[in-house]
Design a binder for this molecule. Structure first.
Ligand code: BGC
Length: 728
């Protein structure tokens, strides 16, 4: 049965086993019972071997004798057919159903996580999650390795494009919405990579050090919020060490915080190759993924031996299997077995594009440059493979829609990289379609002088710049391959130049003063070329806001030199000697760091322009148990647009740390106004008190401001808040 079902994989479909009809009558199939109760009833029928079988699984691509029936997917675990437990089929990731290495496969790509985060819109994250959750099912998977919740503490992190920005409230809120969306399709999702996994350089060996207070108020807070809002059925622990102890065998993080303080009942799965001992089970790890990548299959023989010798209680193994089964029940995977088929990338591409359109950030716009109009007759488009498609991020999350261009990966990329992938949605084509009656000429940009000469007498120049980022490597904030020289030459030749960035991280912009407009399009995903053209031509009024600070130089960063970058031992950046990362900036991540040190970034967190303008007034602030803020937003321009005013705490009684405490996305017609209300989550008014193990709100006066970004206080206020101690 399995063999037959999986034969469809080559044509983009997997199929998990259907529970035979006879199982429907079993007591554990009673949907009126809780997932925990159902798991108990099922477990009562299972042998020890069957339980162990759930605890370790394959990375099929790395299997020595991979059965033809098992395709190259991220993860596979055998089910227990006699009890109706389906095989577990796992796919990456947060931005779509990844399909590198499976020719003729197709999937819809969401835009980069940073683009999604730039929408500041949980609804769009939910919709995107629901779309990729649906495709997960349609492609025969029942677990999606999604929910990337690591905050962008390190702007050079090659995986920031999979995550949701630098602020824990923003990242946690949006990640929770995405996970809820995914799981609404009756598949299980992870939240990952837990925890303090903030850079890729040395990710397998680096040891992160951060004070307990700082961790709770930053990286952990993002996970805490994501988990409480999204209720992921699984959490993936990360590769790195924390205070010398691997994250996947770290009892403080897994047992005490995740399962203890947060009362989370799901199963902890390891990252692929992140298990180092059977003792990880005692620390809170429930499942060993990708066992081919570990030195031993620790959760098979070594775990059985540890149990036999009394080192690990048998009850713990039972609990591990219970957590996994509970997830299969709670997700709907048991009651609604996955059945592949029905993929519709054309329809799903529309959902992806809706999110991407809201995530484009307009960073600069000199008068009269954007939006473009039919008056621009002579258009020169340069660089970025704009004639072919739009860039995407690399690594395990890589989605490769049919028709994509694959270029060889650059030096420093992981050996297993699928290459630099351009999704097949060419901006050039989308611009040509709008430049009716005009001429559009394309230059690949390899010859800056030729491009600049052509740009000189154009009505408008659109130059595309790309920064490829990938898992298992970090990047320079400086655009590579002579792109800065190209942009410099073109903007010098013609100030009517729009620079469109397709980047997975912030970039430095030495040519900023000369550019007429700058548009950050990130990795825009399905229909990305159309998305960019719609913004350029004003069919979409840009409304994205930066979810990550753009530094003016690397000297401004807490770690001007990337930790571990002097420890490389091979061609791939995640291969290094062990080293420590001292996160001395603590919870002062991103905009908090700039506020604290008084540095002025290139573009602050929250920044994003529109083709209209907004005004804020009528601030009212109430204190008491928390802070409640209301104010009025008015569209003072001539176009309909969406604004995202943000509310920041600027000082609390005992300690000063700027913190985003809320925002609202407001769509307004010209001249229209709306009242906005924001109530602060009390944890954002509190500091983590290590001794008392509580969130401590220091009673007194709290200062705050409303602004269009983290660096522009427009309305300021103050509220008296009562002291409190909140249990985690
Ligand atoms: C990544 C995970 C991914 C896993 C399976 C690892 O290299 O860190 O995010 O889910 O591979 O593909």
């Amino acid at each position: 049965m399995r063999k037959q079902a999986l034969a469809g994989v080559a044509t983009a479909a997997l199929c998990a086993l259907m529970a035979p009809a006879s199982h429907a009558a079993q007591p554990w199939m009673n949907t009126k019972l809780s997932a925990d109760k159902r798991a108990d009833l099922l477990q009562a029928q299972m042998t020890a071997d069957e339980e162990y079988g759930l605890l370790h699984g394959h990375m099929p691509g790395m299997m020595h004798n991979r059965p033809a029936s098992v395709p190259r997917v991220a993860g596979h675990f055998d089910g227990v057919p006699r009890l109706g437990i389906p095989d577990i089929w796992e796919s990456d990731a947060s931005l779509g159903v990844a399909n590198a290495g499976r020719e003729h496969d197709d999937a819809t790509a969401l835009p980069a996580g940073l683009a999604l985060a730039a929408t500041f819109d949980p609804k769009l994250l939910f919709d995107g999650g629901a779309m990729i959750g649906k495709e997960t099912r349609q492609k025969g998977f029942n677990v999606l390795l999604a929910g990337g919740a690591n905050i962008a503490r390190e702007p050079r992190n090659g995986r920031n494009f999979e995550y949701l920005g630098e602020d824990p409230l923003l990242a946690g809120t949006l990640d929770g919405a995405s996970i809820r969306g995914i799981q609404s399709a009756r598949v299980a999702s992870t939240a990952k990579h837990f925890a303090l996994n903030d850079q890729e350089t040395g990710r397998m060996v680096a040891s992160a050090h951060m004070s307990a207070e700082a961790a709770r108020e930053s990286d952990l807070l993002a996970f805490e919020i994501a988990i409480e809002r999204g209720q992921p059925l699984s959490v993936m622990c990360s590769y790195n060490r924390i205070d010398g102890v691997y994250a996947c065998e770290n009892p403080t993080f897994l047992n005490d915080i995740l399962k203890g303080d947060w009362g989370w009942k799901g199963w902890v799965m390891s990252d692929w190759g992140a298990v180092h001992s059977a003792a990880a089970a005692t620390a809170g790890l429930d499942q060993e993924s990708g066992q081919e990548l570990d030195r031993d299959v620790y959760f098979d023989k070594p775990l059985r031996e540890a149990v036999a010798s009394g080192k690990i209680p048998a009850a713990r193994v039972h609990d591990m299997a219970h957590r996994i089964l509970r997830g299969l029940f709670a997700s709907g995977v048991m009651d609604h077995p996955v059945k592949a088929g029905g993929l519709d990338t054309a329809a799903d591409g529309k959902t992806a594009a809706r999110a991407a359109e809201q995530g484009v950030v307009l960073l600069k716009n000199d008068a009269g440059v954007l939006p473009l109009s039919a008056k621009s007759k002579k258009i020169v488009v340069i660089g970025g493979h704009a004639d072919v498609g739009v860039l995407s991020g690399g690594g395990s999350s890589q989605v490769i829609p049919q028709g994509s261009l694959k270029l060889p990966p650059p030096k420093g990329a992981p050996f297993w990289s699928a290459g630099v992938i351009y999704h097949p949605y060419a901006p050039l084509k989308a611009i040509e379609a709008r430049a009716k009656g005009g001429s559009v000429t394309y230059f690949d940009g390899k010859d800056p002088a030729a491009a600049a000469a052509a740009a000189k007498d154009a009505d408008v120049v659109v130059v595309f710049a790309t920064q490829w980022t990938s898992e298992a490597m970090d990047v320079s904030l400086t655009l590579q391959d002579n792109q800065n020289a190209l942009i410099d030459a073109v903007t010098s030749a013609n100030p009517h130049t729009v620079v469109v960035l397709e980047s997975g991280d912030p970039v430095l912009m030495p040519w900023l003063g000369k550019a007429g407009a700058v548009v950050e399009a990130w990795f825009p995903g399905a229909n990305g070329g159309e998305t960019i053209a719609k913004v350029l031509y004003g069919e979409v009024n840009p409304s994205g806001r930066l979810p990550i600070t753009f530094p003016a130089s690397t000297d401004q960063l807490p770690h001007p030199v990337l930790p571990g970058s002097d420890q490389l031992v091979g061609g791939s950046q995640d291969a290094t000697h062990p080293f420590d990362i001292d996160y001395t900036e603590g919870s002062d991540v991103g905009y908090k760091w700039y506020a604290k040190t008084g540095k002025t970034p290139l573009f602050p967190f929250g920044r994003g322009l529109s083709y209209t303008s907004f005004k804020y007034d009528r601030l009212s602030v109430k204190g008491g148990q928390t802070v409640q803020v209301s104010f009025r937003v008015t569209n003072t321009g001539k176009k309909a647009g969406i604004d995202t005013p943000q509310v920041y705490l600027s000082a609390e009684p005992n300690r000063t740390q700027q913190r985003l405490i809320g925002w609202s996305r407001v769509a307004l017609k010209p001249g229209a106004s709306q009242l906005v209300h924001v109530t602060a989550d009390k944890r954002l008014l509190a500091d983590w008190d290590v001794g008392a193990h509580v969130w401590k709100v220091n009673g007194g006066a709290f200062k705050l401001f409303v602004g269009p970004d983290a660096a522009t206080p427009t309305l300021t206020g103050e509220a008296k808040v009562a002291g409190a101690a909140l249990k985690p």
